[in-house]
Design a protein around this ligand. Structure first.
Ligand SMILES: [Zn+2]
Length: 398
């Protein structure tokens, strides 16, 4: 029976978006890699094209997908065409897509990505992992970024690179936050500087480690596995701490922002250090901590971030508090109530939260986002995490 044109076109565009799909010999978890969500960051794409095609399905239990992010931007080596594809994945925007009269260049990409993701999730009752490859404009050690859910923490801690938590509080609509809100393990891997050859090598190593840690294959199946592990560990200079984002410098429209030269991610900085120029005014560091992702390209609104190490004691304490669901006690306080208990969203009066340290909410797994003049909505990742999917995985108990 002939297929309607629309359906045919959809299938064709979907297949051109898939770098490669490895279907293993038996059923198992699915790992979904994205490369080039930012079009000027081709390292992940290059690595996926190289590694996935060479993988022998006979040693794979489960399925692996490599997916192109922003195809139009990749072809022109630009971060994006009209609007950053990694800033439009809010629930409201995704919901509005089917009824929009005109789609922007990036919304066209988003519709196709959404269909592919839904297709994968629909046919899968196994654990699913989403891994998004990026690079940065400044030199950096390779690192992982995650939304702070315990499933993400436990999985990430098996990789020999630093982990940065909590960036979602400062970004609107990244793809990984959207997927994480659906309850799946989702992590970003920042492999290095955009054009550095090491970034490709780091992505290659990360692909192999992901496949093994997620349980799709045994490390013995890959002769070079110890090399891949060593590569990442050496590139990260042995740094395996967990960091938290403390501050973001946001570039305003029409502001002329220029980072002072020579800064690198993870570099230690002191209060008052001169970091950048904004319309010829010197910007000084508001904290003694570490600089993170200083901006050395024209496109982008995040000037730089500041991060700080989370002590191991606090990591353990917050895991414990979340397991016993200590957040229920918060609603006993005046001015804090459930906005949506099932989805783990608290509504808090700003007058009350002003007196509570942000770090208490963080400890319990909450990140704040939308706010009107009087109230704040706090989102918890633990209550939506599909722990049942992952509990039996080898990595689960870190
Ligand atoms: Zn990126």
């Amino acid at each position: 029976m002939p297929q309607p044109v629309a359906v045919l076109n959809k299938k064709e565009t979907q297949s051109s978006r898939i770098i490669h799909h490895v279907k293993g010999v038996s059923e198992g978890p699915a790992v979904v890699f994205f490369g080039g969500i930012h079009g000027n960051e081709p390292a992940g794409v290059t690595a996926l094209e190289k590694v996935l095609i060479d993988l022998d399905p006979k040693v794979i239990k489960g399925e692996i997908y490599g997916i192109y992010g922003n195809l139009k931007a990749l072809s022109t080596n630009k971060r994006f065409i009209e609007k950053d594809l990694n800033r439009i994945w809010t629930e409201d925007r995704v919901k509005a897509l089917p009824t929009k009269q005109r789609l922007t260049a990036e919304e066209e990409e988003q519709v196709e990505l959404f269909d592919i993701i839904q297709g994968i999730l629909k046919t899968n009752n196994n654990p699913v992992y989403f891994i998004d490859f990026h690079t940065t404009s400044s030199p950096t050690l390779p690192f992982i970024t995650i939304n702070d859910a315990l499933i993400n923490r436990y999985f990430s801690m098996h990789f020999p690179v630093p982990i940065v938590l909590g960036i979602e509080e400062y970004l609107q609509g990244p793809l990984l936050s959207y997927l994480n809100k659906q309850g799946y393990v989702s992590l970003g891997f920042e492999a290095g500087q955009h054009t550095d050859a090491d970034s490709v090598t780091n992505c290659e190593a990360f692909i192999y480690l992901s496949i093994v840690i997620a349980g799709l294959s045994a490390m013995e199946n890959f002769i070079r596995y110890p090399n891949f592990y060593r590569t990442l560990r050496n590139q990260a200079r042995g740094l395996r701490e967990v960091f938290e984002v403390m501050y973001k410098y946001e570039i305003k429209p029409f502001e002329e922002f220029k980072m002072n030269p020579g800064f690198v991610s993870f570099q230690k900085i002191k209060l008052g250090d001169e970091l950048a120029l904004s319309n010829d005014t010197i910007i000084k560091s508001p904290l003694t901590a570490r600089l993170f992702m200083p901006l050395y390209q024209k496109q982008g609104e995040d000037g730089f971030f500041i991060i700080r190490t989370i002590p191991v004691f606090f990591l353990k304490l917050s895991a414990l508090l979340r397991k016993i669901r200590a957040d229920q006690l918060l609603t006993l306080l005046p001015g804090i109530s459930w906005f949506d208990r099932k989805r783990g969203i608290l509504r808090a009066n700003l007058k009350v939260t002003r007196f509570m340290a942000k770090s208490i909410f963080h400890l319990l797994g909450y990140r704040n986002k939308q706010e009107d003049k009087t109230h704040l909505l706090l989102y918890n990742r633990e209550r939506v995490a599909r722990k049942y999917l992952y509990e039996k995985s080898g990595w689960f108990h870190a």
